[in-house]
Design a protein around this ligand. Structure first.
Ligand code: RRO
Length: 308
């Protein structure tokens, strides 16, 4: 099998396949189904300073080629996360990225400060793009994005990623603000604002009405964001997330410029997907006699691959 390792500062990953924040929770449920050797890193469900029950049901609706969710940042809160869940996350046989969100920069900075001495965390992801809550800032305001990163950066030396929304029109300005304030990279994108209506009764299907669309329906949106971010920021670490469900779409995301690829919707549809992706990507590289992912990452900016 061709080596799938990613060596792009600040991360060294065994594979480019990253479990995106959310569906994999804190990694435990997948232990039985998944060969973690095929996973480059797990990103935890986003944790907030206080526990959150999330939004009322219904909060998941099927869509053609995707899923609309309005979970609402349900999580046990930072204290309980540290006591009850983090030890098991640190035992997972993969790299671990902890995802955090808060209403204010000081809220995130306090959590980050408390993680500074924990051995075994490989990176942090600031989730500045949850589509399903009213009281937490969305990363569409570059100045606010900068203020969150500036608050967090002095607290910790770990690699710092910022997860931004793909549907705001201010992606590059927000990304610039994040990187200028000291972020090492970006996770692009979160789910995309969406709505479904029950045609029989004419009412929104989610209790919260709107939600975040994920799955293959948003692959082209995520690809465009990653492509444009890579063009603007050649040295930033990029995790491309959105609609990757097979080796072909994984290659597309890498070629657009992602150093690693987040899997969210795909892991819900098939908990063994990372294994399928690792085998598929290795086969794809071998067929083209490519020896490393470096030949694939960003290829769309260099005129493509050499096709055998
Ligand atoms: O919990 C959610 O509703 C949620 C979050 Br935090 C997020 O970042 N993205 C998403 O689609 N749902």
């Amino acid at each position: 099998m061709a080596a799938l390792t990613v060596h792009t500062a600040p991360f060294e990953l065994a594979t480019p396949i990253v479990l995106a924040s959310g569906p994999a929770a804190f990694g435990q449920e997948l232990l039985e189904a998944l060969d973690y050797a095929t996973v480059g890193a797990l990103t935890t469900k986003t944790v907030t300073p206080r526990p959150r029950a999330g939004n009322p049901q219904p909060r998941l609706v099927d869509c053609p080629c995707g899923l609309l969710n309005s979970i609402g940042l349900e999580n046990p809160g930072f204290d309980r996360f540290v006591k009850a869940y983090l030890p098991a996350v640190l035992d997972l046989p993969t790299r671990r990225i902890v995802s955090l969100a808060a209403e204010r920069p000081e809220g995130i900075a306090r959590m980050v400060g408390r993680l500074a001495d924990v051995e075994g965390i490989d990176g942090l992801e600031l989730n500045l793009s949850c589509p399903n809550i009213d009281d937490i800032v969305i990363g569409s305001e570059p100045a606010i994005v900068g203020s969150f990163v500036r608050a967090v950066r002095p607290e910790i030396d770990l690699p710092l990623l910022v997860k931004l929304p793909g549907d705001t029109g201010s992606l590059i300005a927000s990304a610039e603000a994040a990187l200028a304030a000291g972020a090492n990279g970006l996770t692009l994108i979160n789910s995309v604002h969406g709505l479904r209506i029950d045609h029989r009764v004419g009412r929104p299907m989610l209790h919260r009405k709107t939600g975040g669309l994920s799955g293959p329906a948003i692959l082209p949106v995520a690809l465009a964001c990653v492509f444009e971010a890579r063009r603007a920021f050649p040295d930033a670490f990029l995790i491309g997330t959105g609609g990757v469900t097979d080796a072909e779409s994984l290659v597309e995301m890498l070629a657009a410029g992602a150093d690693a690829v987040g899997i969210g919707y795909g892991i819900m549809a098939n908990p063994r997907l990372p294994m399928d992706l690792a085998v598929g990507l290795s086969g794809w590289l071998a067929e083209r006699r490519l020896e490393s992912l470096e030949d694939v990452i960003g290829a769309a900016h260099r005129g493509g691959f050499v096709v055998p």
